[in-house]
Design a protein around this ligand. Structure first.
Ligand SMILES: [Zn+2]
Ligand SMILES: [Zn+2]
Length: 239
């Protein structure tokens, strides 16, 4: 039986899509049923590299990966949703609007959707994209880590904490070009102190834009002997 938590009554959990308190009867896993149906979950054919929804089903790769696919250091990615206004608002509230609870439900959805395939692919450990200490102090939490924790709880794939550390408090990547992003992320990450030997890893983040962040992480992971780096995000742009 589910334990009743008094805080659920004082602060009823809010649906990540509409931000209204969810009522048990009409909700599933923290989402209103109707909101869950509206979520732009990627269901059709995906790009073989980054996993975004393909606009042309006859192709193997999206237009971005046709151009830059070979330059990526990560091996392959999966994302839950195509980035749109709903995802933009949701991720904004998750990061800056004090709605860290969304990560619980989004992490579960990521696990329900992708854990079986990732386990078949031999995934051994999950690494959340680390935030610099300064930002954690400011925000109070790292949304990628909360997503990763929930994904791990529901998938049984272990979380590798402190596997990678963030050395540089990089500037926000939002308005930067691809080259500026790569430059900004140089030496941003470093392998932390750990005894775990990972062959196949999953990097978890909230959003995939150009792949610069995942690549910067994949680079240090591969230097440390990790053979395969998958990524998993809540949202990715369209093709
Ligand atoms: Zn809702
Ligand atoms: Zn792609």
């Amino acid at each position: 039986m589910k334990k009743i938590n008094i805080l659920d009554y004082l602060y009823p959990p809010r649906c990540p899509v509409c931000d209204r308190p969810v009522l048990q009867k009409e909700s599933r896993d923290g989402f209103c049923i109707t909101c869950l149906e509206k979520l732009p979950v990627i269901k059709g054919k995906r790009c073989c590299k980054c996993g975004r929804a393909l606009s042309n089903f006859e192709k193997e790769y999206c237009s971005d990966c046709l151009k830059f696919g070979r330059t990526h250091i990560y091996d392959k990615g999966l994302s839950l949703c195509t980035y749109d206004d709903t995802l933009r608002d949701m991720i904004y509230r998750l990061k800056y609007g004090n709605r860290s609870e969304y990560a619980l439900w989004l992490g579960k959805l990521l696990a329900d959707t992708f854990a079986p395939a990732l386990k078949r692919a031999g995934a051994e450990g999950v690494i959340a994209v680390p935030l610099h200490e300064k930002r954690i102090r400011k925000r109070g939490y790292n949304q990628a880590e909360l997503l990763a924790k929930s994904f791990c709880n529901h998938s049984g794939i272990p979380l590798c904490e402190h596997y990678v550390e963030r050395m540089k408090d990089t500037k926000p990547l939002k308005s930067m070009s691809r080259a500026e992003r790569q430059n900004n992320l140089k030496k941003a990450f470093k392998i932390g102190r750990n005894d775990v030997k990972l062959n196949v890893s999953i990097v978890v983040d909230d959003i995939y834009t150009t792949g610069s962040t995942v690549d910067a992480l994949a680079e240090v992971l591969k230097e440390a002997g990790v053979q395969t780096v998958y990524f998993l995000t809540v949202a990715i742009g369209d093709d």
